[in-house]
Design a protein around this ligand. Structure first.
Ligand code: C5P
Length: 294
């Protein structure tokens, strides 16, 4: 690896996401699952990554809240390594991760951190920068949710999550509540449980008959917001079903689990309803994050 110009200090935000819609189409031969999912960025809820120059060409990582993340299995490190291998641009750096997005919550925190590093490297690589499609391929090799975080807005994803189409999703004026229970759902387990509960691939019909489209003006309606993982994950963690019920009972116009869980979200058209719903959920000991959608 050749020597690089010293880098300057940067602070980057790595936002969370929710899956407004997550339909598992079927199992592929390589063990991965074909999906149809609608990613929505939750920009008000983010990890912060501080990048500072280091005295040599290594990466050092610090995460005060979660020291177990200071490891070579972290997607920030993997992104740095993969980008260096692909482009020969691998500047030494100190990385300080301020972790706010819960781990294993279905909110894409680790994937977003990795994508933020890829984006930063590509923006600073000068003539070694990769074209967007190559950057997306590199991201997909790191994890199925990583490519989405290289987009700048909501997107439909197919394939294993790497075939992305920008989506026009207008949630403006609504309030999003994200419930972050202290439960960790293992993603490979969730896919396996779905396989065991579904002998044959679920039908594409269920997607098309809902009349989904990027420009659907009535996006905030219960039929569009769905998550195929819910039956298997709720069976193992009944608390999550109860939280979804609470979101609906407190007035959410739509509610679902995000990713393979354990976070759940509710979309409220009415701000006051959302405020009292958030309080009711907090009174039940559930950690709640609120975002007013613009
Ligand atoms: O790609 P990522 O590392 O996020 O995926 C974690 C695991 O989830 C994979 O190893 C695989 O078992 C499962 N997975 C899948 N189909 C997808 C995405 C993930 O089966 N589309």
């Amino acid at each position: 690896m050749e020597q690089h110009e010293p880098i300057s200090e940067s602070i980057i935000a790595a936002p969370a996401k929710i899956n407004l819609h997550l339909h598992i189409v079927g199992l592929r031969e390589d063990g991965y699952h074909e999906l149809r999912t609608l990613f929505y960025p939750v920009s008000a809820f983010y990890d912060t990554i501080r990048i500072e120059p280091s005295h040599d060409d290594s990466m050092f990582m610090r995460c005060a809240e979660r020291p177990e993340l200071e490891s070579t299995s972290n997607l920030i490190y993997k992104a740095w390594k993969a980008f260096g291998a692909a482009t020969d641009y691998q500047p030494g750096m100190f990385v300080t991760l301020d972790k706010k997005i819960p781990l294993g919550g279905g909110l894409g925190g680790g994937s977003s951190d990795g994508a933020a590093m890829l984006r930063w490297l590509n923006e600073n690589a000068g003539s070694k920068a990769l074209p967007h499609d190559e950057l997306i391929n590199l991201a997909a090799a790191l994890g199925a949710d990583v490519p989405f975080f290289l987009m700048d807005g909501p997107a439909w994803a197919s394939g294993i999550g790497e075939v992305l189409t920008p989506a026009e999703v207008d949630l403006s004026g609504t309030t999003l509540l994200i419930a972050c229970p202290d439960i960790h759902v293992d993603t490979p387990w969730a896919f396996k449980a779905w396989d065991e509960a579904n002998d044959f691939p679920s039908s594409e019909e269920s997607l098309t008959t809902l009349g989904l489209g990027n420009k659907n003006p009535s996006l905030v309606s219960p039929p569009v917001v769905l998550n195929d993982f819910e039956p298997v994950v709720f069976k193992k963690h009944p608390t999550l079903r109860k939280i979804k019920e609470m979101l609906i009972q407190t007035g959410a116009d739509a509610a679902a689990m995000s990713g393979s869980g354990a976070s759940l979200f509710g979309i409220y058209r009415n701000k006051e309803t959302a405020t009292s719903a958030a309080q009711a959920l907090k009174n039940n000991g559930i950690e709640i994050f609120t975002m007013n959608c613009q």
